[in-house]
Design a protein around this ligand. Structure first.
Ligand code: NAP
Length: 228
């Protein structure tokens, strides 16, 4: 990882595992793609950042913990991007929010009663944006809270919004030697997409490595033109 970004927003890294055909989950929402070795790398990365961020669909589908289990190190703050406060009150993230700092970022449209319930359970709720979470505003707020490095762990919609708004500094993707297919299967980056190749977000390859004992390849890119 390179130097931290300035005061305006934290340094943002996207990490994901995808099939050779670019899917981050199968048509049945199975997203356990990469090996235990690769998971250990991700957990080491988690232990090196201040916060891990995911979109609400990832929480609703996977019910992740987003803590550090396969490496030695402390847990980062978990940040869920959830405009309407849909996160389950019995989800693993909410259930463990008293032991692992947890932020749910909502918009002004989120139900106030639900927001207060989450707060009562120990979740820090950050209101950023009118109808949808304003990611630039959220990142600025995280920076004000002392968060300097954020690891984004999907899914495709959140990845798209961050890349579109030039809010990403690094992209690390593990290419897993499988083909999943399925037009409904989620890809690394969803959203409406850039119109032409000239409009695409450009990346510079800064590293690649084979995951020990596997045919997985970790590609490490720096994102050009990010506004950090
Ligand atoms: N292989 C991997 O590495 C990996 C990693 C993570 C996830 N996944 C898979 O990815 C799938 C979920 O991905 P997904 O693309 O459906 O959803 P997602 O990115 O996890 O969540 C998207 C949701 O976040 C909320 N959101 C709020 N503000 C947003 C903003 N400004 N921009 C974008 N989203 C915003 C929106 O819901 P509201 O409007 O309700 O807030 C949106 O629908 C799951 O199947 C999961 O297993 C795979």
């Amino acid at each position: 990882m390179s130097a931290d970004a300035g005061m305006d927003r934290p340094y943002v890294i996207i990490n994901a595992a995808m099939s050779v055909d670019g899917k981050i989950s199968s048509i049945s929402n199975d997203s356990r793609l990469s090996s235990q070795h690769d998971l250990a790398r991700v957990h080491r990365l988690r232990s090196m950042v201040d916060a891990v961020m995911v979109g609400i669909n990832t929480v609703l589908i996977d019910d992740p913990m987003l803590n550090v289990r396969y490496a030695v190190g402390s847990n980062p703050t978990r940040v869920v991007v959830d405009s309407h406060a849909r996160i389950g009150l019995t989800s693993r993230i909410v259930s463990t929010c008293r032991s692992i700092p947890t932020i749910v970022a909502v918009s002004e449209q989120a139900d106030h009663v639900r927001v207060e319930r989450l707060r009562g359970m120990g979740v820090s709720v950050v209101i950023a944006g009118r109808d949808r979470v304003d990611l630039r505003m959220l990142l600025h707020r995280l920076s004000m809270m002392g968060i300097r490095r954020v690891l984004v762990e999907g899914g495709g919609e959140l990845n798209w919004s961050l890349l579109k708004e030039a809010l990403v500094d690094e992209l690390i993707v593990t290419v897993v030697p499988i083909v999943l297919g399925g037009r409904a299967a989620k890809t690394l980056v969803e959203g409406e997409g850039f119109s032409g190749v000239d409009d695409a977000r450009r990346l510079s390859l800064v590293g690649m490595e084979r995951v020990d004992g596997t045919d997985e390849v970790v590609l490490h890119y720096r994102v050009q033109g990010s506004q950090s």
